[in-house]
Write a protein that binds this ligand. Structure first.
Ligand code: GLN
Length: 540
């Protein structure tokens, strides 16, 4: 019998509900249970694929090609659960399917209403996700903050779920804020009381509270929260700001949250300590020996979440290499204004991430030229790979006007272009090359050293491809094509073993998104070797 944990959020957004849910997943796994995590997003978009990063942050891509909320990234990084298109459900998807069924005549004669039709669809989606994953425990995170109009149908469905599945099979966890008021030198429980009150109005009595706080919550205060919110004292879990997000599962386990949840489910599973996680991830994340500074050159730099998986992957590679990775976020337009030399001097590694549209491209190309000529370790991802091809074509192969057809549809030398199958696409949603594709690796290359395998699988999200017409010219000038998608002969990885007549320490760029598969205890091999090369040039 599957058990369900619903995670809601109160008071304000950005409390770390995703990390809390992922951490609950981790402590459930420490009990030998198989978990799956589902995220509900109350917006009306069908998926975040067409949203601007300023609106949404990173779009996380699953193996089966779903464009999803970035919380799924936390789920995959913290647990061994694999996410699929069933793990991210939006209001848009729910209404889309209810309305299509209505048009087909499936509800003939009936008035279609939020309760029960929309709520039934929500509950069905939870059950489908549960069945598809075969998990013992399904954790459902409800996006938004309690009190939002948009998330009401999801909360109502969560309330009904306990009625259908049975009291003992459903746990409600509420993530809330206990703010510190400086002038009073006190932490305050009132917002939490109100938020729990709001939940109870909807008919949900939380079984546990995760209290986000800057300060320690005293025993006395826990008693107060317990009394006012009608939650047992040992179910008031303190979640103080941590140095590393990877500490959170340990914080929850230390306070017995796993025991509390299992008692509710009436499950008896042996507990294993998260010793490896503590030693190999947390201790190293908090007390690294070395330090290295890496530039990430993007155009949504001021936004914390736009390159979330990339930042995490760099942190994972740092954990492995016993180094703190200081990430210098650089706006590519700044390079256009001030020049690469000026902006990038003294940095030990340069990473150019994915992106769309022409703005900032010339700055990225200038940064890549700098990395190539000055022998600075370089990692290019998706658009970053396309830019490194453009840079090489223009500056090494003297291909005038080399560009991507995305930026200049009539480019003289379209070294990056559309495949025939992409040319007549009208719908923007879900029509890129999405999800996992196999890639054959050439022996004796950086890629082969990193992956130690000749066939890998990585996730994609792009429309444009390397134009094979230019392969021979670029190859002649020294670019190595070390990864190919065999079925369509598409270039997936490029490398430069030498640049300007000297060996280059690390120059590799990939058409896919390795950042989606890195984990704190298993860094992605390309990031691992990139940070290692960066550390090496700092002298370690
Ligand atoms: N804009 C490029 C394309 O569509 C790259 C996409 C990306 O970096 N994710 O091919």
């Amino acid at each position: 019998m599957t058990k369900y944990i619903f995670v809601t959020g109160g008071v304000i957004s950005s409390l770390g509900k995703g990390i809390s849910s992922a951490s609950i997943g981790k402590i459930m796994e420490s009990r030998g249970l198989k978990v799956s995590l589902v995220k509900f997003d109350p917006y009306i978009n069908v998926d975040p694929g067409t949203m601007n990063p300023y609106q949404h942050g990173e779009v996380y891509v699953t193996d089966d090609g779903a464009e999803t909320d970035m919380d799924l990234g936390h789920y995959e990084r913290f647990t061994s659960a694999k996410t699929t298109k069933f793990n991210n459900i939006t209001t848009g998807q729910i209404y889309n399917s209810v309305i299509s069924r209505e048009r087909r005549g499936d509800y003939l004669g009936k008035t279609i209403q939020v309760i029960p039709h929309i709520t039934n669809e929500i509950k069905d989606r939870i059950k489908t996700a549960a069945a598809a994953s075969g998990a013992d425990i399904v954790i459902v995170e409800i996006g938004g903050t309690v009190g939002d109009i948009e998330s009401l149908p999801f909360l109502e469905a969560a309330r009904q779920f306990r009625l259908d599945a049975g009291y003992n099979n459903v746990v409600y966890v509420h993530v809330t804020l206990i703010p510190y008021v400086k002038s009073a030198d006190e932490v305050k429980t009132k917002p939490t009381q109100h938020s729990v009150g709001k939940l109870r109005e909807i008919g949900i009595q939380p079984d546990a509270l995760i209290c986000r706080t800057e300060k320690t919550i005293s025993d006395e205060l826990k008693e107060k929260i317990s009394l006012f919110c009608n939650v047992k004292k040992n179910a008031v879990i303190e979640a103080k700001d941590a140095e590393s997000i990877y500490q959170i599962p340990l914080v929850f386990k230390d306070q017995g949250l796993d025991r509390l949840i299992l008692n509710h489910f009436d499950l008896h599973c042996r507990s294993t300590a998260l010793k490896d996680w503590q030693k190999k991830v947390v201790d190293r994340a908090i007390n690294p020996t070395h330090k290295v500074t890496i530039a990430v050159i993007g155009k949504y730099i001021e936004l914390q979440d736009a390159y979330k998986s990339i930042y995490e992957s760099l942190i994972h590679a740092g954990i492995f290499n016993d180094a703190k990775v200081i990430i210098k976020k650089i706006d590519s337009e700044e390079i256009e204004d001030r020049g690469a030399e000026e902006v990038l001097k003294g940095l030990s590694g340069i990473l150019v991430p994915g992106g769309f549209g022409y703005r900032g491209i010339e700055g990225k190309i200038a940064a890549i030229k700098y990395a190539r000529e000055k022998a600075v370790p370089f990692l290019g991802l998706c658009l970053g790979m396309q830019c490194s091809v453009i840079e090489f074509a223009r500056n090494v192969c003297a291909l005038k006007g080399a560009n991507s057809a995305e930026f200049e549809p009539k480019a003289r030398n379209p070294v990056i272009s559309l495949l025939a199958g992409q040319k007549n696409i009208k719908d923007m949603g879900g029509t890129m090359r999405l999800g996992a594709y196999p890639c054959r690796i050439k022996k004796g290359t950086l890629a082969s050293k990193a992956y130690k395998s000749n066939l890998i699988s990585e996730r994609h999200r792009h429309r444009y491809e390397f134009n094979n017409k230019y392969r021979a010219i670029l190859k002649k000038k020294g670019m190595v094509f070390s990864g190919i998608y065999p079925k369509k002969n598409l270039v997936e990885i490029v490398e430069l073993p030498t640049a300007c007549g000297k060996p280059h320490p690390y120059f590799i760029a990939v058409q896919y998104h390795p950042e989606f598969k890195s984990k704190p205890d298993r860094p992605h091999p390309l990031f691992r070797d990139f940070v290692k090369a960066a550390l090496k040039i700092t002298g370690f």
